[in-house]
Design a protein around this ligand. Structure first.
Ligand code: ATP
Ligand code: MG
Length: 719
């Protein structure tokens, strides 16, 4: 039986209630983390349905992820009692965009069965177009054009709308023409890309008033979660649709705007009242998620940002005196960090915390590798949210395919994967010939290639490319017995052009991929040789996906938005990693502020426990580099933070913090006095490690002595 109308309102505070019940006219809920913004949206939908102001099909509701959309549907079902009969327009911007575009495909020059290109197809197409212009694709890489086009689409710009000067910077001054060519070509192929799902829909709505009018009649209510991260095209699309019933309710938190690097415009919040005249702005100030300590830590940290609208947050004043403070702990390096966090999670389990209630939130995806390896060893179930697991990432699979082919010449799958990655101008036809020959002669593809290039089968560039490829593989294989496997791995990625391919890539993901490749090589150091490493990998890859049952969640801070967990671990709080160097280099002050918002998002995911970690040393290219604790640590309020007793206390040694003396230096130096002074132990480690490692000391910054490669036994002794 359906609950009494309005039952869903029970427990809402007055401001939340107002946000739920103000159905007419534009509403903006501007509020900090955990104040119930998402819950308000869900309850609002329940309220609309319960008061019969609209049918489910007349509500447009936008969430940030598909997962969030599913959860919202479920919750609404709970609130109104029984399953919600279809909410066809509840989903992400993209899922709603694709649905609209299919309905009006012909107006966009497409058929309704159009395909959505993946990045690979997209790049191939652009490359063809660049070449057709007689432009050197090496100088003007397709990836660069791809990311420019993506950026324009995020801004809602069609080819003729791009500012003249801006397009000139691309493809030898032909940026605009190639964008237009690309769009035209997509139409011929009856295809579109991800960016088109919104851009083309926007164009249809703009150019066809009758279509727009239909949607104006249809959508009685529009609701948007995570409004602070909408980009321009999403904003324009929303604004157009909202001109109908004008009942639009957006919820957001300017302090959680973390997608500026992908074109999100926090200004969309600032101009809300201008664009939607008469908008009611509602602020929620009570946080229902986190303990007072967690909230105080997050609020204190974010107060260091200048670009803010400013909000207050409080939690139930009668906090539990038993609530743990936010803990800050240091480890010797990232391996110890993963080990210690793994053990801490086991202790959580013994205290009765389910694994589903534990998350590890990393700044960069490469950090996941250490945790995944460790958890596999421990038999601790985990799942990676919002992306593939480390060893399943595109760039890692590619690199592994190179290593496999070098180690096992008969590995045809590896051969197929990389023979044309990076592109060597080898097409499907060539592969077919190789396959047929291989099957007929019962030889693997490498051998088939070797035999065929000795004949007249392949000509010109194809032949040269194939010959270079097998010769390289042979050369690397010859080096296997003599060269250190990590050096060889690096050499392979370099000589094959694989690393360079990503270096030339201008997409937002490319730097992360390069970091992952470095981490892959770093992870190899733990093995004696290539064979041992590859064996480990096959075991890791073989492991079932662990989707069933409770599991620790590992994800990036970016994908943690909107989620909450009992216990949250935040590893890697070191300068350069978090705040990330790239954000500082490219974004300056605003880059730093976006990083700080990311830290705020991280801390506020925790309900009860939040544990921050930093490693005193990171190994980069085989040599140790001492790291500086993140400046964000010093921005936490002392009264709400405790320095955790950890296995080692080396953090304080030899660090010169350019941001002034860190509290964390002091505390650790002090605590390490109980035993061997920290500096002595660190010195011992350095001596045992035997100076700068492998002639690759070049990564340490001035004033920081690079550690040599510390053998594992030494690390063991240190803990
Ligand atoms: P974020 O900014 O992180 O997305 P949010 O503002 O969307 O956070 P919610 O996720 O909606 O916050 O709510 C945070 C937690 O507080 C949830 O567990 C939610 O169920 C709970 N909550 C919200 N409002 C209330 C309330 N009035 N009474 C009890 N619990 C509430
Ligand atoms: Mg939310």
């Amino acid at each position: 039986a359906a609950p009494a109308a309005g039952g869903y309102l029970a427990g809402m505070n007055p401001e939340q209630r107002e946000a739920v019940e103000t159905l007419d006219g534009p509403v903006l809920v501007l509020a900090g983390a955990g104040t119930g913004k998402t819950r308000v949206l869900t309850t609002r939908i329940a309220h609309i349905l319960a008061t019969r102001r609209a049918f489910p099909s007349e509500i447009l509701a936008v969430t940030f992820t598909n997962k969030a959309a599913r959860e919202m549907k479920e919750r609404i079902g709970h609130l109104v009692g029984g399953a919600v009969e279809g909410m066809p327009w509840l989903g992400t911007f993209h899922s709603i965009g694709v649905k609209m575009l299919r309905r009006h495909a012909e107006l966009a020059g497409l058929r309704s069965d159009f395909t959505i290109l993946d990045t690979d197809d997209q790049l191939r197409l652009m490359k063809q177009l660049i070449q057709a212009e007689g432009i050197d694709e090496k100088r003007w890489p397709a990836r660069q054009l791809a990311s420019a086009i993506d950026g324009w689409k995020n801004k809602g710009l069609r080819p003729h709308e791009i500012p003249e000067g801006e397009a000139r910077a691309y493809v030898n001054g032909q940026g605009r023409k190639l964008y237009a060519d690309y769009q035209a070509r997509l139409k011929v192929l009856n295809a579109c890309d991800f960016g088109d799902l919104l851009l083309e829909t926007l164009a249809v709505l703009r150019d066809h008033p009758d279509v727009l009018a239909e949607y104006h009649r249809r959508f009685k209510f529009i609701l948007v979660d995570e409004y602070q991260d909408t980009n321009v095209v999403q904003y324009l699309w929303l604004r157009l649709l909202a001109q109908g019933a004008r009942n639009i309710c957006c919820v957001g938190d300017d302090d959680q705007s973390i997608y500026g690097w992908r074109g999100a415009e926090v200004d969309n919040i600032l101009r809300y009242e201008r664009d939607f005249p008469g908008a009611k702005v509602i602020r929620l100030e009570r946080n229902y998620r986190s303990t007072g300590h967690i909230l105080a830590a997050a609020s204190h940290l974010i107060a260091h940002n200048e670009a803010r609208l400013g909000k207050t947050l409080f939690t139930d004043a009668a906090g539990d005196p038993e609530d743990p403070k936010v803990s800050v702990a240091s480890s010797w390096d990232s391996e110890e960090e993963a080990r210690a966090i793994g053990e801490e999670i086991e202790r959580c389990q013994r205290r009765g915390v389910g694994l589903d209630d534990v998350a590890i939130l990393v700044r960069a995806s490469f950090q996941m590798r250490e945790f995944e390896d460790r958890f596999i060893t421990m038999g601790l179930p985990y799942r990676v949210i919002g992306g593939p697991r480390f060893y399943e990432r595109l760039e890692i699979r590619d690199a592994l395919a190179y290593f496999r082919l070098v180690s096992q010449p008969a590995d045809d799958l590896a051969f197929e994967r990389i023979v044309n990655t990076p592109r060597r101008g080898l097409g499907d036809a060539t592969l077919r010939v190789l396959h047929e020959f291989g099957r007929r002669e019962r030889v693997p593809l490498t051998e088939a290639t070797r035999q065929l290039i000795a004949t007249e089968e392949f000509k010109g560039r194809t032949r040269v490319a194939l010959r270079d490829f097998v010769e390289s593989i042979d050369r690397w294989r010859d080096q296997l017995p003599t060269m250190k496997h990590t050096d060889l791995a690096e050499l392979i990625l370099e000589e094959s052009g694989y690393t360079e391919m990503w270096q030339n890539d201008r997409s937002a993901e490319a730097p992360g991929r390069l970091e992952n490749l470095k981490e892959l090589i770093r992870s190899m150091e733990e093995f004696d040789g290539m064979a041992g490493f590859l064996e480990h990998i096959s075991l890791v890859m073989d492991r079932d996906s662990g989707d069933a049952g409770e599991a620790v969640s590992i994800m990036t801070l970016h994908s943690a938005k909107g989620l909450e967990f009992d216990t949250v671990f935040l590893p890697g709080w070191e300068e350069g990693l978090f705040p990330h160097q790239r954000a500082l280099d490219e974004g300056g002050r605003s880059g730093l502020e976006e990083e700080r918002r990311l830290a705020y998002v991280g801390i506020t995911r925790a309900k009860k426990r939040c544990a921050i970690w930093f490693a005193s040393n990171r190994r980069i290219h085989g040599s140790w580099q001492s790291s500086i604790p993140s400046r964000f640590l010093d921005e936490l309020p002392e009264a709400h933070v405790e320095i955790a007793e950890t296995g080692s206390n080396y953090g304080g040694y030899g660090r010169q913090n350019p941001y002034g003396a860190s509290r964390f230096d002091q505390v650790e130096r002090f605590s390490s006095n109980y035993e061997t002074p920290g500096w002595q132990r660190a010195q011992k480690a350095r001596a045992a490690a035997g100076g700068a490692g492998g002639g690759r000391g070049g990564f340490a910054s001035p004033g920081q002595a690079p550690y040599g490669r510390a053998p594992r036994t030494i690390e063991g002794e240190l803990v």
